[in-house]
Design a protein around this ligand. Structure first.
Ligand code: AHR
Length: 662
């Protein structure tokens, strides 16, 4: 990742493919699926998702809270807030911490007004507050009255200053109390704000000022943004990796992710500066902090909701080596290992156990059935091996049922990688996480990477990958069709090697269009909308057409284009339940390819078949908020006349065919 390991890129796919293209290639290649030579089984959890709070993925994203810095705990407590003081107003705002409602969340705002004119504060949300007409919004705040008998008007104000909803509160208690109200905006607005305006003379203290849409995922109060979770559910992910990513490590150890903090009552979850706040000089986000409203309990719950196996990644006693690289001495590693043991108990232990009881108290007495856990994110060097070995010694003894994910550094082929892999083999690691961020051409030309991996060594978790249209972490990267096709080609190589590569996840998952640090990303959101990139639809096509058993595919008679890119990339699998044969084919070229598809070893092919085709006119095509499905799969039914049957793969396309044996 990051600037420290940028690779020198060569040409783009557009440069590599001969131009101008003919209407169709002259030869007619044959793709033969060996239905009678079943290969490896495909892990049911093969295609998963990688979640990290990057690009405002959690706060300002999946976590549906609309107020930024609700607890006034940011280092500048007024971040996100503005004083509202018209010229006649006489009042005072102060940030205080004496006699707080919650010592874990000590700061609050005191609003004093002389009552001469309206006076108060306004929150801008996460780059605007998105409101939908007709929806209910739940306001709440901890409030206490010090003097006077003022009113507090809670206003939702549109970007153009229009009042969209208002409710007036009065008769405040003299002790801290949670006050709630509901608001119904009369119009949709992507850029609204929340105002708390005092009317009349008096003084109130306010804290934990919150605004949530009533409609969240599964309508859980204080829950997750429903449209974003729906996008995840639609992927039918096999697993969910959480919470990252470099977030796990922290730029220094005291800024690492600590899961125990995230299962406390929400106000007690101690705020932490987000490492992506300051990581990239070219994309600073000084208002980026982690509230942990989306914490580990919510993570497990979400996994259960969307049918994904939870894959937590824990800090292994090392801070990010691109930053401080701070190390926990081996003799002091025990608390880190204990965190891992306690997490297993939190996830899987009986409700009567110490940590299982905490899970039960949060509302889930039944275990979450966690089966795997990552030790470290993107570490390298002997320091990592020593720490992993210390974790493994304890975890493998006490919890042999948990598969441990180890990592192999930030690059798929550098000295760090080459040092770690043989050692991890010696340590008999279960599964090794590899990270690949590179140009599309790298993905097209490395699809055979796993063909020659050791079948008896550790398995591979392709834990982070994404084709970068311009350069790694370049802010100019775009989620275009070229990247999506390169990833699809790459995934055919992973599927073909499903005995070695047991899991894969694209990264990063989400980006807020107004507040991102890293691009490309799988799903883009703004305050009201969400859309999937072409890469998203590639993921979806793979996960929804996974199959259980690999079937070999042979390609014959294709004319190789004058480039390193293959004319077609293909993989096939059988769905054990439906007995369907699933063929996935990428045609990266600018010409349609008329092919013959043969099913060797199959007596007769059924008449009902389906196709899903993701294609576009140009490799630079991309989706957007205004045209969210420009590049998305088109589903059809067709009737194969027998085997072989003709099929034309459109230019720049990824096709999935589902064929039924008769
Ligand atoms: O996906 C973005 C970052 O890339 C992750 O946080 C890190 O693991 C990788 O370097």
């Amino acid at each position: 990742m990051k600037k420290l390991f940028l690779l020198g890129f060569v040409a783009s796919l557009a440069d590599c493919v001969a131009a101008p293209p003919p209407a169709a290639t002259p030869a007619s290649p044959t793709l033969t699926i060996q239905t009678d030579r079943p290969g490896a089984d495909i892990n049911p959890a093969m295609w998963g998702i990688f979640f990290e709070d990057i690009n405002f993925g959690a706060d300002g994203g999946l976590y549906a809270e609309l107020v930024k810095n609700r607890g006034f705990e940011f280092p500048d407590p007024m971040t996100g807030w503005m004083k509202i003081s018209p010229s006649l107003a006489q009042g005072e705002l102060s940030i205080r911490d004496e006699d707080a409602f919650d010592p874990a969340n000590p700061h609050y705002v005191r609003i004093h007004s002389e009552g001469k004119a309206h006076f108060g504060i306004s929150n801008q949300g996460f780059r605007g507050i998105g409101l939908h007409e007709g929806e209910t919004y739940d306001f709440s705040a901890q409030i206490r009255l010090l003097d006077g008998s003022p009113r507090l008007n809670i206003n939702l104000v549109g970007g153009d200053g229009t009042m969209l909803a208002s409710v007036s509160l009065t008769n405040f208690p003299s002790r801290w109390e949670k006050i709630a109200a509901e608001l119904h905006p009369k119009a949709t607005d992507p850029n609204a704000r929340l105002d708390l305006i005092m009317e009349g003379r008096g003084t109130v203290d306010c804290d934990l000022i919150s605004l949530f849409p009533r409609h969240t995922w599964k309508n859980r109060p204080g829950g997750l943004r429903a449209d974003m979770v729906q996008m995840l559910a639609d992927l039918k992910p096999g697993f969910m990796r959480f919470p990252g990513g470099c977030i796990v490590e922290g730029s220094q150890l005291d800024r690492r992710y600590q899961w125990k903090n995230t299962i406390l009552p929400v106000p007690d979850r101690k705020l932490l500066v987000n490492r992506w706040n300051y990581e990239f000089e070219h994309r600073p986000t000084p208002d980026y902090f982690q509230s942990f409203g989306l914490g580990f309990y919510e993570f497990f719950q979400l996994c259960e909701d969307i049918g994904a196996q939870p894959l937590p990644i824990l800090n292994c006693g090392m801070a990010c080596q691109f930053n401080s690289g701070e190390l926990v001495p081996l003799a002091e590693l025990q608390p880190y290992i204990q965190d891992a043991l306690d997490l297993i108990e939190f996830a899987n232990g009986p409700a009567g156990s110490v940590w299982g009881a905490k899970r039960a108290a949060l509302g889930h007495p039944a275990p979450f059935n966690m089966k795997m856990m990552g030790v470290g994110n993107e570490q390298w060097g002997p320091q990592y091996l020593e720490r992993y070995a210390a974790f493994a010694k304890v975890l493998k003894t006490q919890h042999p049922e948990i598969m441990l994910v180890t990592d192999s550094g930030p690059s798929p082929a550098d000295d760090r990688f080459n040092f770690l892999w043989p050692k991890l083999r010696e340590l008999r690691a279960d599964i090794v996480d590899e990270h690949c961020y590179d140009h599309p051409l790298w993905f097209f030309t490395n699809t055979a990477r796993y063909d020659h991996y050791d079948r008896n060594g550790p398995k591979v978790f392709m834990g982070e990958y994404a084709a970068q249209s311009v350069d790694v972490v370049s802010p100019k990267n775009r989620n275009n069709l070229e990247c999506a096709l390169a990833e699809a080609a790459w995934l055919t190589g992973l599927e073909r090697n499903a005995d070695v590569v047991r899991m894969a996840s694209y990264a990063p998952l989400f980006a807020n269009a107004g507040a991102w640090q890293w691009t490309p990303d799988l799903i883009w959101v703004d305050c009201l909308r969400v859309y999937g990139t072409p890469s998203y639809y590639v993921q979806q096509l793979f996960s929804r057409n996974r199959g259980d058993t690999v079937l070999p595919v042979e390609l014959r008679g294709a004319v190789a284009p004058p480039s390193q890119i293959q004319p077609l990339y293909a993989s096939a699998a059988r769905d054990g339940q439906t007995r369907e044969i699933i063929l996935k084919v990428v045609n990266p070229g600018a010409a349609a390819t008329a092919a013959q598809i043969a099913l060797a070893g199959l007596a007769k092919i059924g008449l009902d078949a389906t196709s899903a085709v993701l294609a576009g006119a140009s490799l630079s095509d991309a989706n957007s908020f205004d045209d969210p499905r420009k590049i998305s799969p088109v589903q059809s039914q067709f009737h194969p006349p027998g085997s072989p049957f003709p099929w034309t793969f459109p230019p720049h396309s990824f096709t999935v065919l589902r064929l039924k044996p008769e």
